[in-house]
Design a binder for this molecule. Sequence first.
Ligand code: ZN
Length: 649
Amino acid sequence: MNWIIDRFDDIRILRYEVPGFETLTLEEKELIYYLNEAALCGRDIIYDQNGRYNLAVRRTLEAIYENAEADKETVQWAAFVKYLKKVWFANGIHHHYSNDKFVPEFSREYFDSLLGVTPAGSFPDDFGSHRELVSLVKGIIFDKDKMPKRVNQTEGVDMLKTSAMNYYEGVTQAEAEQYYGAMADPADSTPVSYGLNSKLTKTVGGRLVEKKWRVGGMYTQAIERIVGWLEKAAQVANPTQKAIIEALISYYKTGDLKEFDRYSIMWVNDIESRVDFVNGFIEVYGDPLGYKASWESLVNFRNEKATKRTRIISENAQWFEDHSPVDSMYKKPEVKGVSAKVITAAILAGDCYPATPIGINLPNSDWIRKEYGSKSVTIENITDAYEAAARGDGFREEFVLRPEDRKRMDRYGSLADNLHTDLHECLGHGSGQLAPGTKGDELKNYGSVLEETRADLFALYYIADPKMVELDLIPSMDAAWAEYSRYVMNGMMTQLARVKLGKDVEQAHMRNRKLISEWCYEHGKADNVIEKRVADGKTYIVVNDFEKLRKLFGELLREVQRIKSEGDYEAGKALVETYGIKVDQKLHAEVLERYAGLNIEPYSGFVNPKYSPVMENGKIIDIKISYEADYTEQMLEYSHHYSFLPTKN
Ligand code: ZN
């Protein structure tokens, strides 16, 4: 099987398998099929959320791609196609990870010539005149000062004014913070996730109003389709799941965040159903203020065999909580319902496509997690695809100095990686509690980074606990040391391959990995715990003392949990600003050069398999799965069949 099906710029497109799909019952397959359709119907939403002209840009580029009578053998055409592939990958005009706007490698004149050879009737006609559309799109693509960044979290500037995301319009950061600050009632122990499912704008009179994303509201054209497929899904679901889907439908229809909480509680309680799904406005990374959620969907079913591993972890969740280095005030006295499983993804959509997480822990609401627990998943058919695509690409030979480290990584890398994800999702995010009076949004723009830091530290601390061997989760400490070496090498060095020279680290997960690694480097300096070693003119990161490194992870975990529990903004800010952002330029240049020599694209994403119902006498008798998808073909197919929003929303 060929795992890599397309490569462009800094991206490789992989495909993933869905092993075990054939073993599902007809009802389960049918349920997956309907949920998949519901997932694909939301694709336009994430484009519009990422930037309010993204749909205009995508549709204009697609019109040219499909209809221009242009010479397709030129360098400029290739540059045009590359730009379009990047827009598809990022669900918009900004890089999915760095948040920077793409720079076209074709000229404005060339773009004009393409517009001239594309029939006018093929462009979107719901944006105003053709002239307006074209001039707007050109400005967006070529004017580098226009919408340069999707999410800007630089301290001291108005983060809303300087971010191109489409969650606010005409609203200053101070106004938005005041608006949601006033909404939060400190006495309310079960607050809804204020602002989660709406765009905040102003009326003509200057009053702040939320445009809700619901049936009859903003994005209704897509949400109605989603609801239509969910209704079909409800008919083939088991009774528990039927009620869950109906609660979700009710939320989509009303936009009532209390309904979302009701749905989330039912969803988190359902640990029996083999098929499961996420569908909605879930993660808040795309909003610099962390209120508004991007739309995403993931449909999946449990990998029964691999789930034995996570079951052991969740059954021991209380033990881990009790023995963590965190201050006892900030530990959960009673860890509730941490359910963990390994899943097989059947479809990725919205903000999970084509780039996707490898683990998810939901719901995000703090009080629901505390009262009802959380559901945590490791998506193993995705990590398997990564691993298969990376085999023999020369990365370890280039960046890992000591043969013993390389050997450990070759042997245990995959196991340690999956286990890290299990621990991060299942225990890390689920652990700890807030101090009385802390609301949970005090850390503001540093909240996402510090939350990831906390979860990673929990995983790093425990992966090297003797309990891991005792529970038979790892065969020996070598698996943990493989993870330690890999983690700090990545955090201090190799992840910089994903950042452009001269730029800071922006993305929350990257900042967290850098923060942890650099903090431990700094605080372990006296004992030479982590060393930057130079050999043959190349820099390597070497861990000299694994046990001491574990202690450092524990110390930092204690402090980060305190920061979260107390909502200590200043301390959180200091940690992130000191260790998580600024890059050593010389080392950065070296990493980029060595990486370029390997020819490995630093980012990957996926195409989905295709599902088609087999009909007999008007009834579905089976669902067939096929993997023949091509990246461009799939993107165009989705644009043709699952595009429901107007170009201007
Ligand atoms: Zn996480």
